[in-house]
Design a protein around this ligand. Structure first.
Ligand code: BEZ
Ligand code: FE
Length: 294
């Protein structure tokens, strides 16, 4: 018997006994991670002092969370989202130089293979909602335009649903599109004003939010993935600052720099140039990409 296999488990030495057993781990990073997780978990259990029934409730909650996962639904990521862990991992992995646009969560509703559209196209395919035009530039941190940047955008409709949540009701690829900038770095497209919506809340994570007195809503936003050769890919959103949930996003994705200005415009000439019939919303928002070495 090796020294690290000796020692009986007690309440006091629980961490040392368990982590000591990992002495011969092949992967040092895994050993480090499991050491920290064991230490923090034992610390939590010692502070909480759960009774057997509470411990079983925790086990059954995690079991139900796993059982809810399938090809379309990732309840563990949702759990990570509502606990702020997804945003923490995002923050740690996306420390940007000053001036670069900030990132936020990807979310579960991105779809690969959205159509590449001509600049200015309308991504709203069912003519439902309040018209909106969005434009801006893709820049580097020195303020120079980035040509050939690819902007993948997706958003919920005016009722707070993504196309993939309403198959057969919304057209496929409704409110999604891919745009490519020219040498001036400028992008623009037409869409409709998005609405706040609940994260999927019919599973154990939704129940947990309810039990904690929390709502499941995300404030209205547009999602972006912006890629350009020689730059770090940016996964981000822009948010409506006047949304009722802007201060209480269920997944903590809002950052001050991601608040866009939604202007309500009454300009019949511009409206008709844009193919709109009345008042419309206008957003002008630049994105700044960082180089890996910055
Ligand atoms: C979203 O914005 O699409 C989203 C993000 C996290 C959880 C659920 C939805
Ligand atoms: Fe979203």
């Amino acid at each position: 018997m090796d020294a690290h296999e000796k020692g009986f488990f007690t309440e006091e030495n629980s961490v040392e006994v368990v982590t000591g057993r990992n002495k011969n781990a092949k992967d040092q990073r895994l050993k480090q991670i499991m050491g920290v997780v064991t230490r923090k978990l034992h610390e939590a259990v010692k502070e909480i002092e759960p009774n057997q029934d509470e411990w079983m409730q925790a086990i059954l909650f995690l079991t139900r969370t796993g059982q809810m996962c399938n090809e379309w639904r990732q309840e563990f990521i949702l759990l990570s989202d509502v606990l702020g862990v997804s945003m923490l991992v995002d923050a740690i992995n996306n420390r940007k130089p000053s001036g670069a646009s900030e990132s936020t969560v990807l979310g579960p509703f991105h779809v690969e293979g959205a159509p590449e559209l001509a600049m200015g196209a309308n991504i709203c395919l069912d003519a439902k909602g309040e018209d909106m035009v969005i434009g801006g530039r893709i820049l580097d941190t020195a303020g120079q335009p980035i040509g050939d940047a690819v902007i993948d955008v997706w958003q919920a409709n005016d009722e707070g649903f993504y196309d993939v949540q309403q198959q057969g009701i919304q057209p496929d690829f409704n409110l999604r599109g891919v745009f490519r900038t020219g040498a001036d770095g400028r992008y623009w497209f037409r869409a409709v004003k998005p609405k706040y919506y609940p994260i999927p809340d019919d599973g154990p994570v939704g129940k947990l939010l309810g039990a904690l007195g929390r709502h499941p809503y995300r404030p209205a936003h547009l999602h972006y993935i912006i890629k350009a050769l020689g730059f770090e890919t940016l996964t981000t959103h822009i948010f409506d600052p006047d949304d009722p949930y802007i201060q209480s996003d269920a997944v903590f994705g809002v950052k001050e720099s991601l608040l866009a200005q939604f202007q309500h415009v009454e300009d019949p000439v511009l409206a008709s140039e844009l193919g709109f019939s009345g008042k419309f919303w206008q957003i002008e928002h630049d994105f700044v990409l960082a180089r890996p070495e910055e």
